[in-house]
Design a protein around this ligand. Sequence first.
Ligand SMILES: Cc1cc2nc3c(=O)[nH]c(=O)nc-3n(C[C@H](O)[C@H](O)[C@H](O)COP(=O)(O)O)c2cc1C
Length: 351
Amino acid sequence: MLTTALTEKLGCKYPIIQTAMGWIADPRLVLATTEAGGFGFLAGAVMKPDELEEAILAVKAETDQCFGVNFHMFQPSATEIVEIILKHVDQVQAISYGRGPDAATIKRFKDAGVLCVPTVGAVKHAVKAVAQGADMVVIQGSEGGGHTGTVPTTLLLPQVIDAVDVPVIAAGGFRDGRGLAAALAFGAAGIAMGTRFLLTQESPVPMETKDRYLSANVNQIPVSKQVDGMPQRMVMNEVLEDLEGASKVGLLLRGIKNGWAFKKLTGTSVVAMLKSAWTMSRKTDMNIGQTMMSGSAPVLIQRAMVQGKPDEGILPSGQVAGLIEDIPTVNDLISKIVSEAKGRLTAIATK
Ligand SMILES: Cc1cc2nc3c(=O)[nH]c(=O)nc-3n(C[C@H](O)[C@H](O)[C@H](O)COP(=O)(O)O)c2cc1C
């Protein structure tokens, strides 16, 4: 009942993807997803090349199953990341990306048997990604976590299914078996979830931060451009309230302050940080304050996600966090979604 193009192409048991989330989708989470029958992506977009290779080897050491890697071409050392992935094509079965590689690099992945599965937030991006060689696309509706578009999942999903001829996977707002059944009814090949996997036992996010997610309701998870100039959905907290009220000069000052913290945390030079911020922002119309904030956003995310200080950092989140009340193991989560989805599909077919 749950065999779809997604399970067939990615070789997993259930049509459920654990998406990449910076500093969260680590080897432990990916392994737990894989063992439970889903398909997990490592968060390569925030890793240095040697960190990514270490993470890939850590997953390979524990399983023969395949998994995926997420990265973006605007991240530092993206070309090295590409080579590392190509070195591990025996188990790295798929890549996911926002701003993806050029057509020639996509061809290298495809020739090596790696499936290209970009995430898109608009129909035109889906069409372009498929023209460039995407094997499947994940659509992320506006309710989804982190950087997000403006069209809700219930509208974007049928739009993209009608516009492309590759399997489409639904993301943005999913957490249970009803959602999976609904996505399949729309014609999707499965679902992809971020926030729901963030709130599991195997997710490395400290409990203080998980608690902050659990206590948010759907109206407390807005979209803001104040962190890095791009629309990003986050749980409202003290830091986001402060950024929302900040002037252009205020943003610049906050960006510089976080920039120094970023330098201390990572050893990255201010020049490298500015370069990365500039690369990320050159196609947007951000002011200088937003550009500085953009370059230092990783500090704010790590403060919440790694150091467990939810009041001092930012909390990227899907709106679905407002409906999530528990922290199950990944295995319990996937088993429950599967049995609920089968139950819903059977009930619909027999009524
Ligand atoms: C905390 C957090 C971090 C994220 N980091 C990344 C990332 O590094 N790369 C990426 O492509 N998407 C990232 N995303 C987006 C997710 O991969 C996924 O597309 C989104 O969470 C789906 O919506 P949902 O949260 O409603 O399930 C992130 C999302 C969250 C909540």
